[in-house]
Ligand binder design. Structure first.
Ligand code: NAD
Length: 261
């Protein structure tokens, strides 16, 4: 059966990339493309789908909805998914803690997949960071640098924060985030963040473990946002058959490795 996919933020960089990814597959189809109210964009290649501006429509004609839009509307998106029972993939980052809590609650009644980074490579990097932090212990300082295009709104990136959480999990200690504009000696513990913004950089993350007399740097560079689009689409097709719950890339990867054994 062909899975019907609704996309919120369809005219954006990621929305367009997901639409292109759908066109490359035979097991799903674009059924609704939601764009920002007042948007005049009418991109090509939507296979006869007319863009609409009503969030609700995305859930009326889809088996699963993918959101790559704006943190400003995440609450509305999640409420609508909850009201209709339609599975939701959230790729949007920079969410307010209240919206994040809303997602956790909604996931008790509907399937939700959320990942600040939908690439397989970053999922593996998170695993490596957790492992390195566990083995190196609390004496090594962890600093994370993210580099993105100049139009990115959130800083640090959602991926940088998720890598910081992975380090905290590995160290079994949440020392909090060190301020981006800190000055003076570095306090012990915590995860430090730094960010560069400019040009058309798709996304780069470097996780530094800084010890005494030695350093380790684990890094990932995305050169094409197709990887996020393909990941989101795989997540959507997988999520459409899941029970209610909050899922992430770790669940998707575990599923793939089980399937290949
Ligand atoms: P973008 O600005 O190119 O696209 C966002 C789109 O959402 C725009 O077209 C905008 O008009 C639209 N939008 C805003 N409000 C809307 C509304 N009310 N209804 C419908 N559409 C609305 O941004 P992008 O680069 O595509 O990124 C989108 C989000 O996804 C950001 O939060 C970004 O950080 C995140 N992102 C996540 C991943 C991942 O792997 N999870 C990868 C890249 C980007």
């Amino acid at each position: 059966m062909t899975t019907r996919i609704g996309i919120i933020g369809a005219a954006g960089r990621m929305g367009q990339a997901v639409i292109a990814a759908i066109a490359r597959r035979g097991d799903c189809q674009l059924s609704v493309a939601v764009v920002r109210p007042g948007s005049t964009t009418a991109p090509q290649g939507w296979h006869g789908i007319v863009p609409c501006t009503d969030l609700g429509t995305a859930f009326d004609a889809a088996d699963v909805v993918i959101d790559f839009s704006s943190a400003a509307i995440t609450q509305q998106v999640v409420d609508r998914a909850r009201a209709t029972g339609i599975p939701l993939v959230i790729g949007t980052t920079g969410l307010h803690p209240v919206a994040q809590e809303n997602i956790r609650q909604a996931a008790t009644t509907i399937p939700i997949f959320q990942a600040a980074n939908m690439s397989l490579g970053v999922a593996v990097l998170q695993h490596l960071v957790r492992e390195a932090a566990a083995r190196l212990g609390p004496d090594w300082d962890v600093e994370i640098l993210d580099i993105h295009h100049g139009l990115k709104k959130d800083v640090p990136s959602g991926t940088a924060l998720s890598l910081g959480r992975a380090a905290d999990e590995g160290r079994r200690h949440d020392g909090g985030a060190l301020s981006l504009d800190r000055a003076g000696p570095r306090p012990a513990g915590g995860v430090g963040y730094a960010a560069l913004r400019g040009g058309d950089v798709v996304g780069e993350h470097q996780v530094f473990f800084l010890g005494r007399g030695e350093q380790i740097c684990l890094s990932h560079r995305a050169t094409d946002r197709t990887i996020f689009a393909e990941g989101a689409l795989q997540a959507a097709l997988w999520l459409a058959k899941r029970a209610p719950g909050l899922y992430g890339m770790g669940d998707l990867i575990a599923n793939f490795s089980q399937a290949s054994q």
